[in-house]
Write a protein that binds this ligand. Structure first.
Ligand code: PHE
Length: 452
């Protein structure tokens, strides 16, 4: 057996292409689509944000997604190891992603906890359509010193437990079943929302751009959200790529997963905004938008309790599969680069993230007076990881793949050594990955930070 074959054999892989697609979609689809996306659309003026988001997905998101999958599969290593394998002096680049993943998971898990709480709360029935009441429910819960910590602990414990048990058993099993169900429920909710009185106002806000709302700051937020939602720039997709079989069609899966992710985010907007305008919520109300709006929808919906509980339960699973993909690169790194056992890595790294997350959670309540650069700790983690680390790491990764690893090698990997026919391959590697995507990230990043 050649050395390469031996390595392939040793490495745990996905049993099937569908396994990869579901796992990668499981990573991508999560709170980013249903919690963070509507929040940003609302905060940055509706359709203008949506338009920028879609443009960036098309130009940067899909390009980068394919690059990461290719690098991971070629290297057969996770984040840091993959960079090292191509060029020893670039392992630091992988570390940016690891730090980003660490920071993201520490607040992600807090929001995962909120979802678990809402799942239980939905069973009782919300019975409130008044914005003041749903807001009281949300703020009351997240600012409570103890209960959000309990749910954050629960969410993190589950994430650790799944990673502790390894790739195949852990990841595939949990993501395979539930995604289609989530999709169906969101579609039902979208129909319900569209039938609310005054829904059209929400649709206008969401789909008809107001030119004055285009801004550099909004573009940077959209850019960060593309990375966040597609799980790019921090090694999640790269690591999953390393488990993808050498026979699979990379261009194909790299189109399907971003399309699924974007579709879900788009439909989430159709659920949220008609309801926001129908019930008189404030679209720019921030990180609570989804949590304050949906209870109103469930309250007046036939079988609202059932739908509410099912929805939050599925959202919880979607969040869990994303959280797994945030923890997995950190674990793989400790295993591959430091010789830790999977169990030890899962417990220790997961434990530290849990502790940092506690502070993020407390910063919504008891520690809200403590601000860094005008932001509470939770928002600071979110801002630094999404608006700084992911874009910078992502841009450098695109440059690394196309210039250091080289477009010939990338193309070789994505075409399975020339076997696959990938018509746009050269354009993708030589134009998109090499120039357009990194340049766009660079410009949006600098203008967004007001550096120009
Ligand atoms: N993409 C996930 C979501 O939308 C979050 C995530 C970000 C997961 C980065 C992995 C890496 O919920």
């Amino acid at each position: 057996m050649s050395q390469k074959q031996e390595m392939l054999k040793e490495r745990e892989g996905f049993a099937s292409r569908i396994g990869f697609i579901f796992a990668a979609a499981g990573s991508a689809i999560g709170l980013g689509n249903i919690w963070r996306f509507p929040w940003l659309v609302g905060a940055y003026g509706g359709a203008a944000f949506l338009a920028m988001y879609l443009i960036i997905v098309a130009l940067v998101g899909i390009t980068m997604f394919m690059g990461e999958v290719a690098l991971g599969r070629y290297a057969q290593r996770s984040n840091v190891g993959a960079f090292k394998k191509v060029n020893k002096s670039f392992s630091w680049l992988g570390s940016i992603g690891l730090i980003a993943g660490f920071m993201i998971l520490s607040f992600y898990s807090v929001v995962g906890g909120w979802v678990i709480y809402y799942c239980f709360r939905a069973v009782i029935g919300f019975n409130m359509t008044d914005p003041t009441l749903t807001e009281q429910l949300f703020v009351g819960f997240i600012s409570n010193p103890l209960s959000p910590l309990f749910f954050h602990a629960l969410f993190m414990a589950l994430t650790i437990w799944i990673c502790y048990n390894g790739v195949k058993d852990g990841i595939e099993k949990y993501s395979n079943i539930m995604m289609p169900a989530l999709f169906v429920i969101i579609l039902i909710l979208a129909v319900r929302s569209l039938m609310l009185p005054n829904a059209i106002e929400g649709i206008k806000f969401y789909l008809v751009p107001d030119i004055s709302k285009f801004s550099a700051e909004a573009a940077l937020a959209a850019l960060g959200q593309v990375f966040f939602s597609l799980s790019l720039g921090m090694g999640s997709i790269l690591t999953y790529g390393s488990y993808l079989s050498k026979k699979e069609n990379i261009p194909n899966v790299s189109l399907i997963v971003p399309l699924m992710d974007t579709t879900i985010a788009f439909i989430a907007g159709i659920v949220i905004f008609p309801a926001v305008f129908s019930y008189g919520f404030e679209p720019s109300s921030g990180a609570g938008l989804t949590f304050v709006t949906l209870p109103a929808v469930f309250s007046e919906m036939p079988l609202g309790q059932l739908f509410g509980a099912a929805f939050f339960f599925l959202l919880f699973l979607a969040a869990l599969t994303s959280a797994i993909s945030l923890l997995e690169p950190l674990i793989a790194y400790m295993i591959e680069e430091h010789g830790w056992s999977r169990e030890k890595a899962a417990l220790i790294i997961g434990g530290i993230i849990f502790i940092v997350g506690c502070f993020a959670s407390l910063s919504m309540g008891p520690l809200s007076g403590f601000k860094i650069g005008g932001l509470v700790f939770f928002d600071q983690l979110d801002w630094v990881s999404n608006n700084l680390l992911l874009p910078i790491g992502g841009m450098l990764t695109a440059l690394f793949i196309s210039w250091i690893w080289g477009t010939k090698n990338v193309l070789n990997e994505v075409t399975n050594e020339g076997i696959l026919d990938f018509g746009l391959g050269k354009f993708w590697a030589n134009v998109m990955l090499k120039f357009i995507a990194p340049a766009l990230v660079f410009i949006v990043f600098l203008t967004g930070l007001n550096i120009f």
